[in-house]
Design a protein around this ligand. Sequence first.
Ligand SMILES: [Zn+2]
Length: 141
Amino acid sequence: MTEITGGCACGKVRFKIAGPMMGCAVCHCRDCQKASGGGPNYVALAPKLGFAVTQGHARIYASRADSGSEVGRAFCGDCGTPLWTITAPLVPFNPVKLGALDDPSGMTPSAHLYTDSAQPWHLMHEGAPRFPKMPPMGRPN
Ligand SMILES: [Zn+2]
């Protein structure tokens, strides 16, 4: 089984993901634009059962998604690297920022979410489906 590892820029927070990712998405919502610094947010959907923090403690910024459920955005309290999002209990995955992975090169975004909030200068991949908000399956942001 493949194991994917990642962490923040300063190295204090490390994590690993066992098992195949459940998808790879690009989120254009305004919250993700804040978290990314302006671009859309590229995330791998990591199965919660296979996700583990292996070093350090992330800080959590809790906010409310437009579904009404609370989401937590994990980041390194020292270097500020955005790391992953803690979704509602029924969602089977945590979106992990591709930039936090040790090797994000193998990830291919398969959907664009919240394109209603996309900036006119956000580039989108040809062929990947686009959703104006969130598709019914879950909440990757
Ligand atoms: Zn750090």
